[in-house]
Design a protein around this ligand. Sequence first.
Ligand code: XUL
Ligand code: CO
Length: 440
Amino acid sequence: MSTGFFGDISRIPFEGADSKNPLAFRYYNPDEVVAGKRMEDHLRFAIAYWHSFTWPGGDPFGGQTFERPWFADQMGDTMDAARLKADVAFEMFTALGVPYFCFHDADVRPEGASFAENTRNLEGIVEYFQEKMTETGIRLLWGTANLFSHRRYMSGAATNPDPEVFAFAAATVKSCLDATHKLDGENYVLWGGREGYETLLNTDLKREDDQLGRFINMVVEYKHKIGFKGAILIEPKPQEPTKHQYDYDVATVYGFLKRHGLENEVKVNIEQGHAILAGHSFEHELALANALGIFGSIDMNRNDYQSGWDTDQFPNNVPEMAIAYYQVLSGGGFTTGGTNFDAKLRRQSLEPDDLLMAHIGGMDCCARGLKAAVAMISDEALSAPLKDRYAGWSMEGAQKMLAGDRTLEQVAEWVEGENLNPEPKSGRQELLENVVNRYV
Ligand code: XUL
Ligand code: CO
C-alpha cells in the first residue's frame, strides 16, 4: 500500500524531447540502446538516501525547512519512522525507475545509545530493505558508514588522537560492510568525513596517515575474509568539513594507496563538486583515475561556482557532463560503479514533487551527456585528432627513447647527428572545442 507521500504519482514516463510535462523524462529512456547497451545499464543511476530523505533543509543560518512525516519532530527517532522513510524512499526509486540506491548507516536507522544498539537498529532496517529490494528489484550500489556527524568524531575517525574512537569507527565500518554484503551491494565507499585537521598545532600528520593506512587495510582484509565481491572505494575531497582533508584529490589518494600497499585493492568514487573544490575539473579527476587504473564510480552533482562550498546541487550543465561521460566511457564505462546523485534540493524546494523533478532533470542531463559522449567516441571526433597529435611517438626512435633503450647521451647524439630542429604545431584547442559543441 502506498504511503501517499507523492500523491497519485507512481511512475515517471518517458515522453521524448517535445514533452512539456514536468513529471516526464525527455531524454532518459532506460531501454534505448546506445553503443550496444541499454541507457540504464550505461548510467547505473543511484539515489542518495541522505540528501533526499534525511537532510532537513538546514544551512549555517537556519534549521529545518522540510516537513516530512518520518522526521524526528513528527515521529521521534524511531524504527517506525525509519520504516516509513524506507517506504517513501522505495516509492521514489520505483517512480523514477532508478535501479540503485546508496546509504550511510545513520541515514537509515535511529541513533542508538551504544554501538550494540546502533548495530541492532541497522540489522532491523537491513531486513526491511531486503524485503523491499526483492519486491521492487531495486539494488544497492554502495553502502557506507557515517563517521562524521556524531560528536565522538569531531577530531576524526581513523585519524583521531584517541584509539578508542578509531576502534569505534572500525567496528562501525565492520557493521556497515556486513550490511552492504548482506544486501549484495556492488561497492563499499569510504569518504574521509573528518579525516583531516584544523590546525597543525595539535596534529601529528605522520601518525594520522599511518592510522588511516592501517584502518583501510583492516577494511580490505575483512572484505576478503567475508567474501565481499564489491569494490572498496575512497571518495576524495579537499576541504569541508575539516580545513585540510587527507583524501584531497585523486592524485593524493593514489599516493596514499601506494604508500600503504592498497593500490590494487581500492579504487575511487569521484564527485563532481569535490573535483571543483580541489581546483580541478571533473574530467581531470576521471581521466587521472583511468590513467592510474583506480576509477570506480561517480557522485554526480554540481557546486555553485561562486560560493566555494560543497553545495551539492543537481547537475544541469550538459556540455560538462558530456565531457565527463566521455572520460568514463573512454576508460571502458562502469563495471561495479554507477552514477549516484549525491545532490540535494535547495532548502526552499519544499514539495515532494520537487524531489522527483530534481532527479528527472539530473537524469535527463546525464542521458544527454551520455549520448553526446557515445557519438563523439563512435565518430572518433576527439580520439582521431589526439592520435594524430602524438603520432611521432610511434616512430622507432621515439619508441626506443620511451622504452628506456636510449641514454641521455644517445639522445643528444641523435639530436646533433640529425640536426633536429622541431617546429611547433598548433594545439587546435578552439577547433576541438567547436567539435565538442557540435555534439552537445
Ligand atoms: C560529502 C559526500 C558524502 C559521501 C558519502 O561531501 O560526498 O556524502 O558521498 O559519505
Ligand atoms: Co559524495
